[in-house]
Ligand binder design. Structure first.
Ligand SMILES: [Zn+2]
Length: 356
């Protein structure tokens, strides 16, 4: 049982369904491509966060390479790429850089690497647009939207000020992706590394994230949609404070229901694993359980900031406040849609939620 994860944060009991996942591959060292399957290499890049790494994939297309995701735009990550391009990938060009979604750990270096290698960027329309927009947005209204979101959450003034000072954090971690790209759409077939993959769009963590299922159903490049140990952040963003990404996430999980236990899943964080059906059951259970906690926390009227700690088993450190708040918004917006809570503005401008 040592290779089985119960996959819940905080070591809670697993859900009643599912036998748990099975890790398929040992963790390789950072910064060195490791061949997971013939012609498909796993590269682990460091992240300066509690989530300390991101997985990117290098696919041997014969004449050239496909790179999937890039890591942050930092001098350290650039140095790793320059070494990998000159060493393990040396001699053959990178023809295609596929970004799974707009988060900076996935596409922070897309612009830089495309420029350096001549690769064409492949992305969905929404993810390319969002990355390009956030990397270039220096408007005052960007900060104003964040401030309104923070106030509506009942965040203490000191935190609001800290976040205003930090400004657009996206720009600190990601350069703009190229101004032109090759659009990827749901259901299309992509040939890569001698295999054919179907594009399945994941939603909720990001709006139009690329995941790739091999035609044989034996390999899923899952991006952040399905991770083995942590549940992907499902958060409301300040640019769309009324949205319900949790419903989008749960709806899009159904697109993976027909995939069998033997499929090898390559996630963007953590280790490759098998038994996807069990992991899907765990993710659904996780969110139902968090929704129950959220309802229990607002038997008396409470702000999002007051509800937030109940949704996490770990202490929320300052660097994680944005994720935690976004996730709390997501659960409360979802409960509101389901008619399980009511909401009104307090005199301080912050939403108050109460269980119905
Ligand atoms: Zn992500």
């Amino acid at each position: 049982m040592n290779d089985v994860s119960h996959a819940k944060r905080g070591g809670q009991a697993p859900p009643p369904t599912g036998e748990g996942i099975h890790y398929a591959v040992a963790t390789p060292p950072y910064d060195e491509p490791f061949e997971v399957l013939p012609g498909l290499f796993w590269l682990r890049l460091r992240l300066p966060l509690r989530l300390n790494h991101v997985n990117v994939w290098l696919v041997d297309d014969g004449e050239s390479w496909t790179v999937i995701d890039t890591g942050f735009n930092t001098p350290e990550t650039r140095a790793v790429w320059h070494a990998v391009l000159a060493g393990p990938l040396g001699g053959r060009p990178v023809s295609r850089l596929l970004m799974t979604h707009y988060h900076p750990d996935h596409c922070g270096l897309a612009g830089h690497l495309c420029e350096r290698t001549g690769a064409v960027l492949w992305a969905t329309h929404t993810e390319w647009l969002t990355a390009r927009l956030l990397a270039l947005d220096t408007t005052e209204s960007f900060n104003a939207a964040y401030e309104a979101y923070d106030r509506a959450a009942g965040l203490p003034e000191a935190f609001i000020e800290q976040r205003r000072q930090a400004g657009n954090m996206y720009r600190k971690r990601a350069g703009p992706p190229p101004a032109s790209y090759r659009r990827v759409v749901a259901g299309e077939e992509i040939a890569m590394g001698g295999r054919r993959f179907e594009v399945i769009i994941g939603e909720g963590h990001a709006p139009e994230m690329i995941t790739l299922l091999s035609r044989e159903g034996d390999l899923l490049i899952a991006a952040d949609q399905i991770l083995p140990r942590i549940s992907p952040v499902v958060a409301v963003s300040p640019n769309s404070p009324e949205c319900d990404p949790l419903q989008e996430f749960l709806d899009s999980l159904h697109r993976y229901d027909a995939i069998g236990e033997d499929c090898l899943v390559l996630p963007s964080h953590g280790r490759p694993f098998r038994n996807l059906p069990a992991r899907l059951a765990e993710l659904r259970y996780h969110h139902e359980e968090r929704l129950e906690r959220a309802v229990a926390t607002c038997r008396e009227p409470a702000t999002l900031f007051e509800i937030m700690p109940a949704l996490f088993d770990i202490e929320i450190v300052p660097g994680q406040l944005g994720f935690a708040l976004g996730e709390t918004y997501a659960h409360m917006n979802h409960l509101l849609r389901r008619g399980l809570v009511e909401r009104w503005r307090g005199e301080d401008g912050a939403w108050r939620f109460r269980a119905l």
